[in-house]
Design a protein around this ligand. Structure first.
Ligand code: AMP
Length: 453
């Protein structure tokens, strides 16, 4: 399948070719023809699947080839609206769409909070066809009557599940009420489809075609998951120890709170690791700068909260470290969805204190797979993780045979750099620790491992 056979215009094909897109991704193969035919779409796809081009290419093609019906003398009104949960995603979608449409003239703007109104008002006054907006600030503009949504022909809800998680449902409904009911195409993209999303779709979409590319809650098979039990008070030192193994390895570190991520970033920076933090309290400029510094390799570690990191698109990110485990298991999937993309290998490391065992259990249950549980010598927890009834190593869930550690015949964990054998809480026959990353983390001194189930 090629982009040409999907029915895209030559100007788009040229831009795609320049960006090195040779083949459509599965979500693009499914979505583009349906969207070009004008169907409403309910698409299950997460970040990293190519979903932006899946809705963006047909959207641009429509705007470029279908003339707007304008009344004489009436001001130009936006024709397409993309709603995103975060500013970062809005900027990212805007950049992608501008790239795809570089040989077409589609005036566009982003609208999000945390920055002044001036530029947004100017752009809206000049007139744009395409608006990429976060719901909160768009409502501000609606209240000030600085945007007129009565001419919207295409609406995209990007990462709808996250918008609902963030409490945007009332805002979305207010925005939807301002859009034309007739002759509107609606595309909803979401990683998950809980009831409120289905209800929203039923209420506002016309016989949507449903497509799905990644089954819910799956993660790339190329990712190695590793858990290091550690006392909460020693997590910072352990993190530093792991990062110091290869200080050039680009690593996204997740912390649960804004304050926690700031403190952690300051600690790492003081310890000589080039680090920045990104979360909702940072100014838009600071967040953008941190992201581009990270992408360019000027900093090696980005500490992020779940919400700030949503939609961050970094190709080939080799390592994600959960400094804190997410309280919602599905966030684990979102977090590590940034590594192991497009068949590349990646590792997800979680530092787990005793009071986080419940979150780990929920994640293991959700992923339905084993995780490699290893003490790091020198950081063994004083308080071991308590498993309640589900002792590690006990086969209580199906699917455990897929664990990568059991691919090989070896009986013992490989201990790089001659770690002294130490007693581990290993379950019977459950040794392992074979590294699938070719030793990229530079020989972290690992203890023996046991599976978390
Ligand atoms: P998305 O899921 O839209 O965030 O896209 C993830 C990444 O894949 C982005 O860096 C895109 O530029 C890239 N991408 C999207 N579609 C393709 C494609 N057909 N070929 C190569 N890269 C792509």
């Amino acid at each position: 399948m090629t982009f040409e056979t999907l029915g895209l215009a030559p100007a788009l094909l040229r831009a795609l070719d320049e960006q090195g897109y040779t083949q459509p991704t599965p979500i693009q193969e499914q979505a583009i023809p349906l969207a070009l035919e004008g169907h409403d779409l309910l698409a299950g796809a997460q970040t990293g699947t190519g979903k932006t081009a899946a809705f963006g290419l047909p959207l641009i093609q429509y705007l470029a080839t279908t003339p707007q019906e304008v009344q004489r003398g009436a001001p130009r009104r936006p024709r397409a609206l993309v709603l995103t949960p975060t500013r970062e995603l809005a900027v990212q979608v805007h950049d992608s769409l501008r790239g795809y449409g570089k040989y077409l003239r589609i005036p566009s703007t982003t609208i999000y909070g945390g920055v002044g109104m001036g530029n947004q008002l100017d752009a809206l006054r000049r007139g744009v066809d395409l608006v990429i907006a976060c719901p909160g600030r768009l409502i501000d503009h609606l209240e000030r009557r600085s945007v007129d949504l009565s001419g919207i022909e295409i609406l995209v809800l990007d990462e709808a599940d996250r918008m609902l998680d963030m409490g945007f449902l009332p805002s979305i409904k207010r925005i939807l009420a301002k859009l034309p009911k007739q002759n509107r195409q609606t595309m909803l993209f979401s990683a998950t489809f809980a009831d409120p999303i289905r209800e929203l779709a039923l209420e506002f979409m016309r016989e949507p075609k449903q497509i799905q590319v990644t089954p819910r809650n799956t993660v790339a098979e190329t990712i190695t998951h590793r858990v290091h039990p550690v006392d909460g008070s020693r997590k910072r030192d352990l993190l530093l120890h792991l990062l110091a193994q290869d200080s050039r390895l680009q690593t996204l570190v997740f912390a649960r709170t804004k304050h926690g991520s700031d403190k952690l970033a300051t600690f790492l920076e003081k310890s000589g690791i080039k680090t920045a933090a990104i979360h909702g309290n940072k100014s838009q400029g600071a967040r953008q700068r941190a992201l581009s510094d990270f992408k360019a390799g000027r900093i090696n570690v980005l500490v992020a909260t779940d919400i700030a990191a949503r939609g961050i698109d970094i190709d080939q990110l080799p390592q994600v470290i959960n400094f804190d485990l997410p309280m919602v298991a599905e966030d684990y999937v979102h977090r590590i969805g940034r590594t192991g993309r497009n068949g590349s290998t990646g590792q997800a490391i979680s530092l787990v204190a005793q009071d986080e065992a419940k979150y780990l259990r929920a994640i293991v249950r959700l992923l339905n797979r084993d995780m490699d549980l290893r003490d790091v010598p020198g950081f063994e927890p004083q308080t071991p993780i308590r498993w309640g009834n589900s002792a590690p190593g006990k086969a209580e869930l199906p699917g455990g045979e897929r664990t990568p550690r059991r691919n090989g015949p070896q009986k013992h964990a490989r201990r790089p750099h001659g770690d002294a054998p130490r007693h581990a809480h290993a379950g019977p026959k459950k040794h392992g620790g074979q590294r699938r990353d070719g030793g990229r983390s530079g020989g972290a001194r690992q203890g023996q491992s046991r599976p978390a189930r």
